[in-house]
Design a protein around this ligand. Structure first.
Ligand SMILES: NC(=O)c1ccc[n+]([C@@H]2O[C@H](COP(=O)([O-])OP(=O)(O)OC[C@H]3O[C@@H](n4cnc5c(N)ncnc54)[C@H](O)[C@@H]3O)[C@@H](O)[C@H]2O)c1
Length: 355
């Protein structure tokens, strides 16, 4: 039996990953370590409440004694580190929180894994530490050069405090591989979408606002391009890298689904309006707002390496994934109401309502 220590497993991608692992593997145990910030929600895991293979611990990844105690108690074979502050806008407002959680949290996890796993001869046995990173560490591509893509060899060039903190974490992970011979992998994925995403991120924010006839804020001219990856495809990629990725390697994970923000918002308007039969959900709700500071223009990944070496490819076409995603949010309005109370609303007011 393999034991996975998954951090951030009550957040968007982490909870999808926990559910994916339990669905696709029998003989496993998951220790889900999450601080439950505004972005973490135990409701995401309600379907596995009684699954004995899943153990939840409300713990901060920066809490060294608590993390060491979890390693001592559960002796995980693998660590998959999702836990992070993940929203670029928040990083612009409070970079220090991102440096603390994303960088020091990663170093705390690496240290605890190293101490628990290293043998007297310096070897690490059959363990692995996987860092879930982002294509944003590569910076930005031009929208005028659609044939240029991020590759694993692209120099790291982050622009936002969020991507800087993720790049710094990646460098620590690499350093633990290079210095101590720790078995590591880093995955860098494009923008995920799907169930359980906190509605401050583009797709659920637009679905939620459209349903409430609130305005739909688009940054700048709306021509910024993101490469959308259905979250389950991402979960599968992480599982494959964990079991078959070559130690020490970085794998980019992309959806081959580049779309401008304008297209995403207009698609959501059309599909939500149709699904709930409400003509008041239309393009007059769109409001262009002052561009995000340092806004990256385009992200695009060529996922050639993971396809060639591990046989992974994005299975979900955007046209199908967006319908599945909208249907999920429409069927989970209670979830949406719950997570958008309190902290979220305060944040939403500050960021958008007063513009
Ligand atoms: N969402 C995307 O499109 C995307 C794209 C590329 C990379 N990533 C990376 O994937 C990972 C997960 O992203 P997400 O979108 O699911 O984020 P999320 O914000 O939805 O979830 C983050 C989770 O981490 C938890 N967390 C935060 N600080 C913590 C701490 N100190 N200790 C323990 N838990 C803590 C939160 O409670 C939450 O459950 C992040 O590392 C992010 O950088 C996300």
């Amino acid at each position: 039996m393999k034991t996975y220590l998954v951090t951030g497993g009550a957040g968007f991608i982490g909870s999808n990953f926990v559910l994916y692992l339990l669905r696709t593997h029998d003989d496993i145990r998951i220790i889900n370590v999450d601080k439950l910030t505004y972005a973490g929600n135990l409701e995401n895991l309600s379907s596995i409440e009684h699954d004995e293979r899943h153990i939840f611990s409300q713990t901060d990844i920066c809490d060294k004694p608590a993390i060491e105690a979890l390693f001592a108690q559960y002796k995980p074979d693998y660590v998959v580190n999702f836990a992070a502050e993940s929203h670029v806008d928040r990083s612009i407002a409070t970079p220090e929180i991102f440096a603390h959680t994303n960088v020091m949290g990663t170093v705390t996890m690496l240290n605890a894994a190293k101490a628990a796993w290293i043998e007297p001869d310096g070897s690490f046995g059959d363990h692995k530490y996987l860092q879930v990173s982002t294509d944003e560490v590569y910076g930005s591509l031009s929208i005028d050069e659609p044939d240029s893509f991020f590759r694993e060899t692209t120099p790291i060039n982050p622009h936002s405090p969020y991507s800087a903190s993720k790049a710094a974490s990646d460098m620590f992970v690499k350093a633990y591989g290079d210095t101590y011979g720790m078995p590591i992998n880093i995955t860098r994925c494009s923008n995920n979408y799907g169930p359980f995403q906190f509605p401050e991120k583009l797709i659920p924010l637009m679905i939620n606002n459209a349903l409430q006839h609130e305005h739909l804020p688009i940054y700048g001219d709306g021509k910024n391009i993101r490469d959308w990856l259905y979250v389950e495809d991402h979960c599968k990629a992480i599982d494959m890298v964990l079991s078959n990725g070559t130690i020490g390697e970085v794998y980019n994970v992309g959806g081959h689904n580049e779309r401008p923000n304008n297209f995403i918002v207009k698609t959501i308007i059309a599909e939500v309006s149709k699904a709930v039969n409400d003509p008041a959900i239309n393009q007059t709700l769109i409001t262009y707002v002052t561009d995000r500071k340092g806004h990256d223009r385009r992200y695009g990944i060529a996922p050639d390496k993971i396809k060639r070496d591990l046989g992974w490819y994005p299975e979900t076409k955007f046209e199908d994934g967006i319908i599945k995603t909208i249907d999920w949010y429409l069927a989970h309005e209670e979830w949406m109401k719950h997570v958008t109370s309190g902290a979220y609303l305060k944040y939403y007011d500050t960021m958008y309502r007063n513009r």
